[in-house]
Design a binder for this molecule. Structure first.
Ligand code: AP5
Length: 224
């Protein structure tokens, strides 16, 4: 089992890089934000509960989020592992994940922090466009599609997330960065943390993450 956690502030590039790692490692990309948005579209109780928090830029309560994530990791396609994007977001979630994995003889193999200064994040999120069919992310100027408004990979229309409005972006950053620090410290203490510079172009960030994973696999990398 290979369990990789992608850490980063909202807009750091977790979803962009998770798609690259999924293709490289052959294990599923599990994003709690996507699970909540899917639940909301299906109008399930979890989706409806999460909506108020997401609209306010706040984290959904730990108990709901942990239950949803554990249910997802229990599905057959995650038996060989997963790339977690957006989970854990609090120290409570990090400890719950450790316990869940330990009960199955596993652990977090690598916690990869994509480090981007707060001042870059608003521009990234307010310019983001996402494909309707599969969630492939684009950026109006930094990563534009070949044809405006259309996904390069599957031709589906692009849309902007409700929580990518400037006022919600500011609320997400204000309320979530302290929790991110706590999760980073958790993985620093376990020795799983590796940090890459997320200000670099997408391909260079992918290469740095790949190198960090190879070093983890070879047991040669130092602590972050
Ligand atoms: P979630 O969907 O997880 O959103 P997020 O963490 O806010 O992260 P984003 O998806 O906004 O950003 P990203 O890091 O994936 O960046 P991306 O690759 O798209 O969570 C949404 C909400 O759900 C939360 O606010 C919360 O309410 C709830 N939630 C989710 N998980 C939860 C949990 N565990 N506990 C409690 N609540 C939870 O990139 C951003 C943009 O930048 C794109 O346009 C992209 O093209 C561009 N870009 C990417 N990399 C680069 C680069 N290197 N250079 C230039 N541009 C780049």
């Amino acid at each position: 089992m290979m369990l990789v956690v992608l850490l980063g502030a909202p807009g750091a590039g977790k979803g962009t890089q998770a798609a690259v790692l999924r293709d490289r490692l052959g294990i599923p990309h599990v994003a709690t934000g996507d699970l909540f948005r899917t639940a909301l579209r299906a109008a399930t109780p979890i989706g409806l509960e999460a909506k108020a928090y997401m609209d306010a830029g706040q984290l959904v309560p730990d108990d709901v989020t942990i239950r949803m994530l554990e249910e997802r990791l229990g599905r057959p396609d995650a038996a060989a592992g997963a790339i977690l994007d957006g989970f854990p977001r609090t120290a409570v979630q990090a400890r719950a994940l450790d316990a869940f994995l330990a009960a199955r003889g596993g652990r977090v193999d690598a916690a990869l922090l994509i480090d981007v200064p707060a001042e870059d994040l608003v521009a990234r999120l307010s310019g983001r466009w996402i494909c309707r069919a599969a969630g492939h992310p684009y950026h109006a100027t930094m990563n534009p599609p070949r044809v405006a408004g259309t996904c390069d990979l599957d031709g589906s229309p692009l849309y902007q997330r409700d929580d990518d409005r400037p006022e919600t972006i500011r609320a997400r950053l204000a309320s979530q960065l302290a929790d991110l620090d706590a999760v980073v410290e958790h993985y620093r203490s376990t020795g799983a943390l590796r940090t890459v510079d997320g200000r670099e172009p997408i391909g260079e960030v992918s290469a740095a993450l790949g190198a960090a994973l190879e070093a983890v696999a070879a047991g040669t990398s130092g602590r972050a």
